[in-house]
Design a protein around this ligand. Structure first.
Ligand code: ADE
Length: 226
């Protein structure tokens, strides 16, 4: 499997980008009555945008991708559909990133149809213009070449997944036994990313809980992916 190109995003970046995003929204003259965080990636940016724009009304919707194995194509679904009345309200949908944009488009359509706001606009921290099906109304940063952004709110799950990929690839070449430093070194070499010792430990702990790694005589042994 290809090693995806990754960029580490810090908490400080997130605050700076959210502040910048909020000032673009403010400068446009659009004053939303309610912010809708798209779960899960939009939670932190949405809360920060509330703070920077002095908005009290914050709700959420979970729109997510799932892979339809039979068709091998990505589909977005609204995970917990519910109705609220946003009549006469201006809404702002906030997410971390527009990549293909499919899940955000679905959320927007769902909200327009079921929540009845007077207007919905979309704001994101990052817009991958080469991958996206549309241009969001507001974005802090345009990204021209696709990369995986390692946001602080997916640090553990990404580290876990990246380790799984490394272990599965390396085992094809017969490498199944590692020490902690060897695992970390490989991770940094593959992804050019250092998430810090605590996250490395947590991710390796999860891999053991899931039966993917087992500790034997002080070494981690790869048992295959579940
Ligand atoms: N979610 C969807 N696309 C992403 C990307 N390129 N980086 C981080 N999170 C994402």
């Amino acid at each position: 499997m290809a090693r995806v190109k990754t960029t580490l995003v810090s908490w400080e970046d997130v605050v700076r980008w959210s502040r910048g995003l909020a000032s673009k929204i403010k400068a446009s003259g659009y004053m939303p009555d309610v912010i809708i965080a798209v779960a899960r990636g939009g939670y932190v940016p949405a809360r920060l945008v509330c703070d920077f724009l002095t908005i009290n009304n914050l709700v959420s919707i979970q729109s997510q991708h799932w892979t339809e194995a039979a068709k091998a194509e990505e589909r977005a679904i609204i995970k917990y559909p519910y109705k609220i009345d946003l009549s006469d309200s201006k809404a702002l949908l906030v997410d971390d990133i527009v990549d293909t944009g499919e899940s955000l488009l679905l959320a927007k359509n769902y909200i327009q149809k079921n929540w009845n706001p007077s207007e919905v606009r979309i704001a994101v921290l990052q817009w991958i213009s080469s991958a996206a099906k549309f241009r969001p109304d507001y974005y802090f940063m345009e990204v021209k070449e696709w990369v995986w952004f390692q946001y602080p709110w997916t640090r553990l799950e990404d580290t876990y997944q990246f380790f799984k990929r490394i272990l599965s690839e390396e085992s094809k070449y017969g490498k199944v036994e590692w020490d902690f430093n060897g695992l970390v070194k490989k991770f940094v070499e593959w992804y050019e990313l250092d998430v810090g010792e605590e996250y490395f430990k947590d991710a390796i702990g999860l891999l053991m809980e899931d039966g993917i790694l087992r500790k034997e005589n002080g070494k981690y042994v790869y048992l295959g992916s579940k």
